[in-house]
Design a protein around this ligand. Structure first.
Ligand code: G
Ligand code: G
Ligand code: MN
Ligand code: NA
Length: 253
């Protein structure tokens, strides 16, 4: 069903899609960003979430051409929206471990930015702690990305074991507080304290803060009170195709 052969075929037959989930600025209420999330529109099995094929793509190495496709498609989407006169947004893409350690990642990103002609500042890479197994190489890659003007965001923040070590050592712009902390932040005192503390700490280190998994208005009020910069979650929108994303931008506008 999902194996190296079928994934390869899916790439050839153009069955992958990008869905976009908005990020909302908590001071203005406007959409300022989008996270690109891959789906496989399988002719027989319907829409498949990344969890069902990314692991196999990683182990087979096909994540490299897929990751290339994701970057290119996301950057062309930014360009298309810019050409249509929609306000600029920051487009985030998720990098996989294998992609991150690919020696030509920097060249690929540079090529795609040149080809699409978008402002590198409109592109953001979401990385996770699990990718930081070689901290020296990671640092080098991140510094090169930043030198190009690309933004870096540390995804699933708080979930791992050595988050603080990474904050100390990596050139990142933003942290995304893992959704597991947001879920009960208005019910559970410990979660509330952890979220507040993560926001204060990140700000003192000059990082912006995005809250993930925002599902309730109460979450928004809590995050606004505690000066979180941005929020992403089902309250605003689930990940949707590009056309639907544009309609949402107009509604919020
Ligand atoms: O969209 P969804 O919540 O199902 O995503 C599940 C996971 O798949 C997330 O952890 C996300 O980071 C990952 N994912 C989504 N799109 C991509 C992608 O384009 N590349 C990689 N490497 N991972 C992705
Ligand atoms: O690991 P990463 O943060 O890249 O994964 C993002 C995933 O989180 C996407 O698959 C998306 O569907 C999911 N997601 C986004 N917003 C919410 C939310 O409000 N609640 C829940 N449960 N999942 C969400
Ligand atoms: Mn992400
Ligand atoms: Na996450």
């Amino acid at each position: 069903l999902v194996n190296e052969h079928t994934i390869k075929q899916a790439l050839k037959s153009n069955e992958f899609r990008l869905y976009y989930q908005p990020k909302v600025d908590l001071t203005t209420g406007k959409i300022t960003g989008a996270e690109a999330l891959i789906r496989w529109e399988h002719p027989e099995y319907g829409l498949m979430p990344p969890g069902q094929f990314i692991p196999e793509a990683e182990s087979s190495g096909l994540i490299i051409p897929i990751g290339d496709w994701v970057l290119k498609t996301a950057c062309y989407q930014v360009r298309e929206w810019r050409e249509k006169g929609l306000f600029p947004i920051i487009m985030s893409v998720n990098l996989s471990v294998r992609q991150f350690y690919q020696p030509d990642l920097i060249d690929r990103v540079r090529d795609i930015l040149e080809e699409t002609g978008i402002d590198p500042g409109c592109l953001e890479m979401e990385i996770t702690e699990s990718m930081m197994m070689d901290i020296d190489v990671a640092n080098e890659v991140l510094r090169e990305l930043k030198a190009m003007g690309v933004q870096i965001s540390l995804d699933d923040f708080g979930k791992g074991y050595s988050s603080l070590h990474y904050l100390k050592n990596l050139p990142i712009d933003k942290i995304k507080i893992d959704q597991s902390f947001i879920q009960n932040c208005t019910q559970d005192n410990n979660d509330a304290t952890l979220v507040k503390t993560m926001i204060v700490m990140a700000h003192q280190l000059n990082f912006e803060v995005v809250a993930e998994g925002v599902e309730q208005k109460g979450h928004v009020a809590f995050l606004q009170r505690n000066l979180c910069n941005e929020a992403q979650g089902f309250l605003f929108s689930k990940p949707v195709p590009a056309q639907e994303f544009v309609r949402k931008m107009h509604i919020v506008d």
